[in-house]
Design a protein around this ligand. Sequence first.
Ligand SMILES: Cc1cc2nc3c(=O)[nH]c(=O)nc-3n(C[C@H](O)[C@H](O)[C@H](O)COP(=O)(O)OP(=O)(O)OC[C@H]3O[C@@H](n4cnc5c(N)ncnc54)[C@H](O)[C@@H]3O)c2cc1C
Length: 404
Amino acid sequence: MNRENTKKYKYLIVGGGVSALALSVLLASKEGGESVAVLERLDRVGKKLLSTGNGQCNVLPLSNETSNYHGENPSFFNQILKKYGNSEITAFLKSLGVILTLDGDKYYPYSKQASSVLDAFRFKIESLGVNVFTGEKVTQITKENNFKIVTESKSEYCSQNVIIATGGSAQKSFGTDGNGYNLLKSFGHTVTPIYPSIVQLKTNLKQVKGLKGLKQKVNAKAVVNGKELASFYGDVMFTDYGVSGNATFYLSSYLYAGGDMVIDFCPDISQLELTNILKEKQISCPYLTAEYLLSGIINNKIACAVLRNGGFNLSGSISSLNAEKVALAIKNYVLSVNGTMGFENAQVTKGGVKTSEFGLDMQSKLVSGLYATGEVLDVDGDCGGFNVKWALASALALYGGIYD
Ligand SMILES: Cc1cc2nc3c(=O)[nH]c(=O)nc-3n(C[C@H](O)[C@H](O)[C@H](O)COP(=O)(O)OP(=O)(O)OC[C@H]3O[C@@H](n4cnc5c(N)ncnc54)[C@H](O)[C@@H]3O)c2cc1C
């Protein structure tokens, strides 16, 4: 493409995910849509947003705390998330006509449709006249006075400012294969080690043998090097490789590099109560064999696996088992986690571009006019709306940094 045909913008956003969509609305509202361009490699914008929250779009967590976020530089995301928290994001979404509703500890659009959130962005972007180019994968960005942006199809764009909003490495079918890291590396930025997070966990196979498909409400803790890092009340679902379920997804933020998932299969019953229940059962049901001691209390297949793995002999009579020790084993099943199901299955990337190399306005400290927002940065949140929140908060921070 010759120079005359090169399109020129004030702001060019690489990626058409949730962070980019929010940012393009904000920037175009101030500067006019003709000044803003979005380049998205897929055939349409916001594909990942459509699958968030099982298609319902868990857009925010109830919690406005920052302790559910991770990254090398907490002071960076703490300051941004404190300034651009739930009420600022809720007000922004409301300005697009999206009203939120609380379900448990998560906020969703009242419609419970991710597509309605994407529509709200799309219609606003259209009304503002933002230049959206789909099927445009950015492969190279260079800077002289302005930035020159080249795409795989050999189109060239020119912009005063460039925002990298390419997401991370989780689920490349959504266009997120980690290539955004290279775009920022080409300007001297550093990428911290990256890991899949909010993902199914691989465990010692012996400990889950025969349990595939079984699901149980539990209280589970993430313990790494003897230290309890987090706990969650929810479902653990057994699989042929390890565990899935919302408790697993939540704890994977802490167990991504291995550790122990310590499961309490009777979270509503204290250890003493359980011991007494088991002792009573040993008296009232002497005709049962040991393998039925927990039947009627928790799933018996799970109970037998837990007890066998704990070295209990289940071939004797029900009274042959020590009730105290059984209660302890059922409330403290230590499952050894030795990996994750990888980026292909993960909802978010842990790690990313170093945030110490960016200001609170999301601008690079190395190259003026270069910005980054969303998951491409070394900030990830726990399961439950924290990651869409970061994508939106960082977009608001960029806009606020320029115009407030
Ligand atoms: C199945 C699933 C469910 C999820 N559910 C939730 C949830 O309920 N709540 C929550 O908070 N989080 C959820 N997440 C995480 C959340 O969706 C992401 O953290 C968030 O979308 C990140 O926003 P982003 O704008 O940074 O990037 P993304 O939304 O990932 O968008 C990045 C975009 O950039 C494009 N792109 C990449 N490279 C280039 C390039 N070189 N040129 C042009 N375009 C490019 C991609 O195609 C993509 O469209 C979920 C994730 C997945 C995968």
